[in-house]
Design a protein around this ligand. Structure first.
Ligand SMILES: *Cc1c(COP(=O)(O)O)cnc(C)c1O
Length: 415
């Protein structure tokens, strides 16, 4: 609550992008409400003098003006000495050497915040990242061992993970692919794609291709269009999914032109990554609504993070805000044990306690599957609080969300 957007839920949100700005131009980003526009213009004028609204709303401008150094960051927040030390260590080992990168838009959300502000903790490094604890590793899910061809992870029988790019517009400090992302200078290297297309084509059991990375939506439309067209042309691929944090960190990217291009490849699902309810700004909400209006089923994936979202109130608020913009909370992940992640990780008991505090108390649609992605490559393992209490010859014994006991008569019950 140490942030200035606490009254956010009272914003009036436009129903469609054209409500405020007339008929949008082809490449128009999701539009903003007037109040928020004022807030952004004063932030922009203060920190990016000379930058016009048109430039600010251009996702390419956002990408090429992203914050990557302590000096740039100091303009928005006063860094703690620990943060400064962590940034100067960046890329020099410890943790996975994940670079620092924040879009000007997202910097606007953390500007002036205190050191404990959840969104700041999600994207600014601490020297805790240099501390590697037992059980941690750079590839805890053993993705490399399920990689038949570069950039493709084939772990489950009928679907693959396609790592299309190593680039993200913002690097989350708890990233499960810290070992891969942000490492290459070749942001758009696609040399491995052809081999991946061939592998998918040769494996008729693959009916679901999940495009992730890195963040696929940071690629230009033409590249993404090519990628999707190649995957769509494989007859046995039934559904395509894109995993992205762009609507949360670079909502300007969700232009009408992008959604029109994506719409050629239905059925196409989007798995978005949201961490905290403060990410659901009017811009981000408008981006989600635009995707929903274009007909894409939207899910969200959230990582359980200590001090960031590990309480029932924050988590419930996040899930409610997501449902309001038609995003279904899909997975809640136990934080993967990547190197240098112990300051982010909570106990599994904490995750179960959160699900216990949410399930039944609110809409079932708001409740994601809580999973631990098994270290070593076992895949996602779902966990539930103990609603099932056992059984005897006649009854199955159950507990409901309030902790009350019930019994369900079994087939052949004789009592
Ligand atoms: C998470 C994941 C998937 C998709 O899993 P779903 O449960 O179908 O969403 C596919 N492949 C890999 C390697 C994954 O980690």
């Amino acid at each position: 609550m140490n942030k200035h957007y606490s009254g956010r839920s009272s914003f009036h949100l436009p129903l469609v992008a054209s409500e405020l700005s007339g008929i949008p131009d082809e490449d128009e980003p999701p539009s903003l409400i007037p109040n928020r526009t004022d807030e952004i213009s004063s932030f922009r004028a203060g920190y990016f003098p000379g930058v016009t609204e048109k430039m600010w709303n251009d996702w390419r401008w956002q990408l090429s003006n992203s914050i990557t150094s302590a000096e740039q960051l100091e303009r928005f927040v006063s860094l703690t000495s620990d943060e400064r030390a962590a940034i100067s260590n960046n890329g020099k080992g410890g943790g996975c050497g994940l670079p620092l990168r924040i879009t000007p838009y997202y910097a606007g959300l953390i500007a002036g915040s205190g050191p404990d502000y959840p969104l700041r903790r999600a994207v600014l490094p601490l020297t805790d990242e240099l501390l590697v604890s037992p059980g941690e590793g750079d590839d805890p899910l053993s993705e490399e061992s399920h990689t038949p061809v570069p950039g493709l992870v084939h772990r489950y029988p009928d679907r693959v993970l396609f790592l299309a790019t190593e680039f993200c517009s913002v690097y989350c400090r708890y990233c499960t692919r810290s070992r891969l992302v942000g490492k290459s200078r070749h942001r758009l290297s696609t040399s491995h794609w052809e081999e991946a297309f061939r592998y998918i084509g040769d494996h008729p059991e693959i009916r679901d291709v999940l495009i992730s990375g890195g963040d696929p939506l940071t690629m230009p439309n033409e590249k993404l269009d090519y990628l999707l067209s190649r995957i769509r042309s494989i007859a046995h691929v039934e559904i395509i999914r894109i995993g992205s944090k762009v609507p949360a960190v670079l909502p300007q990217r969700i232009t009408a032109k992008l959604t029109r291009m994506l719409a050629k490849y239905q059925p196409l699902f989007l798995s978005l990554h949201f961490t905290h309810p403060d990410e659901l700004t009017p811009e981000s909400a408008a981006a989600c609504r635009r995707l929903a209006d274009a007909g894409f089923p939207l899910g969200s994936q959230t990582v359980l993070l200590k001090g960031i979202n590990d309480n029932v109130e924050t988590m419930t608020r996040l899930f409610h805000e997501l449902l309001k913009v038609r995003v279904k909370p899909y997975y809640l992940y136990q934080c993967d044990p990547i190197s240098g992640s112990s300051h982010f990780r909570t106990s599994v008991q904490k995750g179960l306690e959160l699900i216990r505090g949410i399930r039944g108390f609110t809409s079932g649609y708001a409740v994601p599957h809580y999973v631990v992605d098994a270290p070593g490559g076992g895949g996602k393992i779902p966990l539930l609080p103990e609603y099932y209490q056992g059984e005897d010859d006649n009854y199955v014994y159950l507990k409901n969300y309030e902790g009350n006991s019930y019994r369900y008569p079994k087939e052949g019950n004789v009592q």
